[in-house]
Design a protein around this ligand. Structure first.
Ligand SMILES: [Zn+2]
Length: 385
């Protein structure tokens, strides 16, 4: 008989000790059983209680660039290889239609993109080289965010392993962002009457200028926040030295929150409903206090049917384009906070990834994978509670 290496546990159990002739063989089988049992249980992937949206065609054909265009595939592969997700947890998106894109972007801009007639200045502002394939990748990302938004309404949460292009304006692109996929998804969901209102929670290190321009807030109130002083607020008394600033303004059907490093791109920051201007070097605990304050304040003022979480990886302390000092653990706690708050209020969450430029691209991949793990932890608890 085969002495064993490809034995399954059921086969080991089924042999019966009395049928094994030698003590040596019994010891060997016992060792195999002991060594395999825990591995068998550990290696089982528990199906995610929500869907991930991904396509290999999310890859941005931009050549050598600080934006790690291959990060989407790496995230997908890591999620599979680390048994965080399985192939059937992923949905494959279709490109957004031109009609969808036109819910946010001007016909003139869309025409320029489709005919390759951006001016040199417009291409320079985009900061990634124009190509027809690039246009297709952005249309696909927008389709992915539409799909994730729909799926979030079904499952409570969904993650687009891409998107978050929050620097795109209705009439031009900026800062690696050609099409504002999140805004397209919100407008499409509203058009389909799946939602009436939405909230964007932008935790990329850079201000969500495109989001603020698309969903302009009118400065109507300045609501004091917990632990607030007049004008400039600190997240905690011990941090009075590092003065962040929170600005509140809102009207309309989409409430926008942006937490960002104040001294960073973009220079002109049109007002979001809540802007939290963070000082250089902000660390985990202060960041989380600011985020908690901003979420509490936003949700006191506004009841969204959908929360669009823009989970940038670039507040990381090792980021090449960021100047905040969050750790990988702090970023995961950030994700957990957003998910816990949304879950507690039964607000569906659609997640997109935005930026991430860590010196070591594997750190960016880890931070983005942790977002899926955080969602899995928070939303699995929800289902079992
Ligand atoms: Zn960014």
């Amino acid at each position: 008989m085969n002495r064993g290496l490809p034995l399954r546990l059921t086969e080991i159990g089924g042999l019966g000790v009395e049928r094994v002739a030698s003590t040596k063989a019994r010891a060997m089988l016992s060792r195999i059983a002991k060594s395999r049992a825990p591995q068998y249980h550990k290696s089982r992937t528990v199906m995610l209680p929500f869907k991930l949206v991904y396509s290999d065609a999310y890859y941005l054909p931009i050549g050598q660039h600080v934006f790690p265009a291959e990060k989407y595939r790496r995230i997908h592969d890591r999620l599979i290889s680390n048994k965080i997700a399985e192939a059937h947890d992923f949905l494959k998106p279709q490109p957004a239609s031109d009609e969808d894109i036109l819910l946010v972007h001007t016909p003139e801009y869309v025409h320029k993109l489709k005919t390759g007639t951006l001016s040199p200045r417009e291409e320079m502002e985009l900061e990634i080289p124009y190509s027809r394939n690039l246009v297709e990748a952005f249309w696909l990302s927008a389709g992915g965010s539409i799909l994730a938004a729909r799926q979030a309404l079904t499952d409570g949460v969904s993650v687009n392993i891409g998107g978050g292009f929050h620097h795109a304006f209705p009439d031009h692109g900026e800062g690696f962002c050609m099409i504002h996929d999140v805004a397209v998804a919100i407008r499409r969901m509203q058009r389909d009457e799946n939602i009436r209102t939405a909230m964007t929670v932008d935790c990329d290190v850079h201000h969500g200028n495109g989001t603020a321009a698309i969903f302009p807030g009118t400065r109507t109130t300045t609501e004091p926040l917990p632990s607030a002083g007049p004008g400039t607020l600190g997240p905690s008394s011990r941090n009075s030295r590092a003065s962040g600033k929170i600005r509140v303004a809102h009207s309309g059907d989409v409430f926008t929150i942006s937490l960002h490093q104040h001294n960073n791109y973009p220079l002109w920051k049109p007002p979001s409903s809540i802007d939290v201007d963070l000082p250089d070097g902000t660390t985990d605990d202060d960041y989380l206090a600011w985020l908690d304050n901003a979420l509490s304040s936003g949700l006191r003022q506004f009841e969204p049917d959908l929360l669009c979480y823009i989970a940038g990886a670039d507040p990381y302390r090792e980021d090449q384009l960021g100047g905040l000092s969050l750790t990988i653990d702090g970023l995961k706690r950030r994700d957990e906070l957003v998910f816990r708050v949304a879950r507690a209020r039964n607000i569906p969450v659609m997640v997109t990834y935005a930026g991430g430029y860590a010196r070591n691209v594997e750190d960016t991949v880890t931070i983005h994978c942790d977002t899926v793990i955080a969602a899995k932890e928070v939303f699995t608890k929800r289902m079992s509670s």
